[in-house]
Design a protein around this ligand. Structure first.
Ligand code: NAD
Length: 481
């Protein structure tokens, strides 16, 4: 299908090129997407530039109404969108429905925030003088998104950008262009002006990225993806002094203290670890368990992991989908092999799933490793797969030190029933997000983002719209009458 959306029209690539979109559960081609390059990207930037004066001059109430209509349409189309998401990305249907709900929340949240882009006045020390502060849309935005949450990662960027009065050129991941096209169709059907949202799909992110990076017209780059690519894009953005938001990788610790119920904590840990087949930036990558409950926790965790059912996302009862591609499968297998060779105990899984239909897709067994230590790859590399790495600790200070022993700083989790400890530890953890007895510390209304190599800026919450606004100071001599 034609998946470029430029200046309000769907289009094919200039040379008619397209690329295959694969079903990760079977490796089969589900459709083809348009394969754009630099020329189409330049036109999309020009369209966004052309639409900016009118879109930014619309009232906040007008922009808000368009976003609320997009919210309504997204929920109306929830079932069809969830089926597409499950097919293209692989997650179970129930998880796909949850993602659509989460994605739609950003549309309604920022529809409301559009009306709250307040300025301020500042008392001046000079008589007959005023300071006024305005917050204004910063112009054309480029948004680059990943495949793991291919719908919500788009609305998390597009909704605040449009609410602020910006226009956008979106480049989704090459694995999930169809989900992106479905979101853009919703925004078009919701009555956004032509050129406000533009979509460039490509199998070659390099040339498209280059065009977005070198453009003076693009004033902001908002990126979600790996730390490696994020560092490159941030460095290149400096050439044109673009604003950047970077939502990058993570290596979340989950600390389970022995005052917590090991069964309850293990239940939460399994849900968090295997969500989206472990392909989440906030997935617990190191599970630190206090020695007193270590054995009980490992047993409960392994029993629960063993009950997870892998398969095609649309099959009833399936709780674990495929990995995104063969490279992801290889990376996960290498981390497990490395850990086992260095002394980790394999409590469950540890191999590719190849029974029957599973052999055609990129399935890896839900895996549990105990006695993981600092020497292992899995202790420092983001896993992005269904492998739990469990390790013991003795006291609070050791747990905090171990949890913080990473250059990443996105999400972290703590299980404890001790109020003082919950406060101490959450304040000591060097992460942008801390969940206390909470495996889902996220919502459209809350600021999401990391520190360290996990990124810059926040998405969602009242902070989310600031990323798309410039602050303007007006000093004015009013003089005596
Ligand atoms: P990736 O960095 O490989 O790709 C992300 C996006 O960048 C894709 O759209 C890709 O096409 C694009 N890209 C790659 N090279 C580019 C270039 N030279 N120029 C322009 N664009 C380029 O990441 P991925 O594998 O798709 O996603 C997984 C990563 O995303 C993980 O590290 C995960 O932790 C992270 N992630 C972070 C968050 C967050 O909010 N912090 C959310 C989801 C995923």
């Amino acid at each position: 299908m034609e998946t470029l959306f430029i200046d309000g029209k769907w289009a094919a690539a200039d040379d008619g090129a397209h690329f295959d979109v694969l079903d990760p559960a079977s490796g089969e081609v589900i459709d083809r997407a348009s394969d754009a390059g630099a020329a189409e990207t330049r036109r999309a930037i020009a369209a966004a530039q052309g639409a900016f004066p009118q879109w930014s001059a619309e009232t906040a109430y007008h922009r808000s109404a368009r976003l609320l209509e997009a919210h309504r349409l997204m929920l109306d189309r929830k079932e069809a969108l969830a089926e597409l998401l499950s097919l293209e990305q692989g997650k179970p249907l129930k998880a796909a429905r949850n993602e659509i709900g989460y994605a739609a929340e950003f549309l309604s949240w920022f529809a409301e925030e559009a009306k709250r882009v307040y300025g301020s006045t500042i008392p001046s020390s000079r008589a007959g003088h005023r300071f006024t502060v305005l917050r204004q849309p910063l112009g054309v935005v480029a948004g680059i998104t990943p495949w793991n949450y291919p719908i919500s990662m788009i609305t998390r960027k597009v909704a605040p950008a449009l609410a602020a009065g910006c226009t956008i050129v979106l480049k989704p991941a090459e694995q999930t262009p169809l989900c992106a096209a479905a979101v853009v169709q919703i925004l078009a059907d919701a009555g956004t002006l032509a050129g406000v949202v533009n979509l460039i799909t490509t199998a070659q992110p390099g040339p498209v990225g280059e065009e977005l990076l070198r453009s003076d017209i693009v004033r902001k780059l908002t990126f979600t993806g790996s730390t490696e690519i994020g560092k490159y894009l941030a460095a290149r953005s400096a050439e044109t002094m673009k604003r950047v938001s970077m939502e990058l990788g993570g290596h979340a610790p989950m600390i389970v203290f022995d005052d917590a119920d090991p069964a309850h904590a293990a239940k939460g840990a399994v849900l968090a670890k295997y969500l989206n087949t472990g392909q989440a930036c906030i997935s617990p990558n190191r599970i630190l368990v206090q020695r007193g409950i270590y054995r009980a926790f490992c047993e409960e965790f392994t029993a629960r992991a063993g009950r997870l059912v892998a398969g095609r996302g649309s099959t009833p009862g399936v709780s674990i989908g495929p990995l995104v591609d063969g490279a992801a499968l290889d990376k996960v297998a290498a981390q497990v092999q490395d850990a086992v060779s260095k002394g980790a105990r394999l409590l469950s899984g540890g191999s590719r799933l190849e029974e029957g239909q599973l052999a055609k897709g990129w399935f890896y067994a839900p895996t549990v490793l105990a006695d993981v230590d600092e020497s292992m790859l899995i202790h420092r590399e983001e896993t992005f797969g269904p492998v739990a790495a469990i390790m013991p600790f003795d006291d609070e200070a050791e747990a905090v030190a171990k949890a913080n022993a990473t250059e990443y700083g996105l999400a972290s989790y703590v299980y404890t029933n001790d109020l003082g400890r919950a406060t101490r530890v959450s304040e000591a953890l060097r992460f942008g997000i801390v969940g206390i007895n909470d495996i889902n510390p996220t919502a459209a209304a809350a600021p999401f983002g990391g520190i360290g190599v996990s990124g810059l800026g926040r998405e969602g919450g009242a902070d989310g719209i600031d990323e798309y606004l410039d602050v303007k100071l007006i000093g004015q001599v009013v003089g005596p009458a």
